[in-house]
Design a protein around this ligand. Structure first.
Ligand code: KG4
Ligand code: ZN
Length: 335
């Protein structure tokens, strides 16, 4: 069965088509103009989705060499995300489903990041510990089966990706700062300065990144207030990245130890980070299995939405997925 999916929760407009679990196309358009504002401007993001969505959808069909008549299931991100951005993709997908008489399902964005580790791979054996780490979320899950997720902990303030982006801004780097910090850190001295870890007393699985971010701010003010051109960018990025990654890895591994689980998955935009991947991979020599999505499925993409939708479809009782409710809703408006 072919699943057609749309993702538009933030600043990526993406459309994908999957043949069962196999990705046939996954077109992603990133709104690069947000760089000029140092962060995402929600109103501009929604308008850019409106301008782009039909071209992206068309490209996904061209690349998959399919037509709407081939599609058996339609999915779109229903949240969390920027409401104006979500509405564009969600309503486009709903309209597509109703006009072509295809079942529709709305998908949770965080769940789809969690599931993205499965794409193109042998399935991960349950139970596993999942770290979802993105620009908006940092959550540690215990995953015991499909639809069987328990939140063990999460950030109490900034998400890890948000901390990367804010520190990058302090350093005068463009948005999104995560990939740039990753690149600059690769030739930096990680021991140049020790920034604090993410410790919350008595809450081993919760995260806090605002302290690390603030300590970078104070460090910069104290040492480079007069001349920011003297900031040793590579070393500072490497030291900051070491603090963030250290906390993400140690909390995830200690949750795995506490629950006696050897399988770990790491996904979401920050899972593209080289140090994060390297540090987690070190644990594979201690008997852990660590799973990452391919980098293209780490950051926002519609393939993970389609994959989650199809997973739900095959694990749900027959007849759960139909668009009767949608059709009735449209009928009320006489269309
Ligand atoms: O999952 P995602 O595309 O969007 C959200 O759901 O938030 O994640 C975007 C976040 C941004 O904060 C970006 O800076 C971060 O992921 N990111 C990275 C890297 N690539 C993307 N952070 C660190 N290292 C990277 N290589
Ligand atoms: Zn995301």
């Amino acid at each position: 069965m072919y699943t057609f999916a749309i993702e538009s929760s933030c600043d990526e407009t993406s459309a994908a088509i999957l043949n069962n679990f196999e990705v046939c196309s996954n077109i992603i358009s990133s709104q690069l103009f947000h760089k000029d504002y140092g962060g995402i401007v929600p109103e501009l993001a929604s308008r850019a989705h409106i301008r782009t969505i039909d071209k992206i959808v068309k490209a996904s069909f061209v690349e998959a060499n399919l037509s709407p008549l081939d599609i058996g299931l339609v999915a779109a991100t229903r949240g969390p995300g920027l409401i104006g951005s979500l509405l564009v993709g969600f309503n486009f997908a709903k309209g597509f489903a109703v006009s072509n008489n295809i079942p529709f399902v709305g998908i949770n964005h965080i769940e789809s990041h969690l599931v993205s580790c499965f794409i193109g791979k042998a399935e991960i054996e349950f139970p596993f510990i999942s770290l979802v780490v993105s620009g908006g979320h940092t959550i540690l899950f215990l995953v015991s089966g499909y639809k069987d997720y328990i939140v063990l902990g999460q950030t109490q303030d900034d998400a890890a990706g948000e901390a990367f982006d804010k520190v990058a801004k302090m350093l005068g780097l463009e948005y999104p700062g995560g990939p740039l910090i990753d690149k600059l850190a690769s030739i930096g001295n990680e021991n140049y300065h020790k920034f604090p870890g993410s410790v919350i007393k008595g809450r081993p699985y919760d995260f806090s990144f605002s302290g690390i971010k603030t300590s970078v701010l104070y460090y910069l003010r104290k040492n480079f207030a007069g001349d920011t051109s003297k900031i040793p960018l590579n070393d500072l990025c490497a030291s900051f990245q070491k603090a963030v990654v250290g906390s993400l890895v140690s909390k995830t591994v200690s949750a795995a130890n506490d629950y006696g689980i050897k399988n770990i998955s790491v996904s979401g935009g920050v899972s593209a980070n080289s140090r994060l991947r390297n540090e987690f991979m070190k644990y594979t020599s201690n008997g852990y299995k660590v799973f990452f999505p391919e980098k293209i499925y780490s950051t926002d993409n519609a393939a993970m939405i389609g994959y989650t939708a199809y997973l739900k479809y095959i694990h749900s009782p027959a007849g759960t997925f139909n668009n009767e409710l949608l059709k009735r809703a449209f009928a009320r408006f006489g269309s």
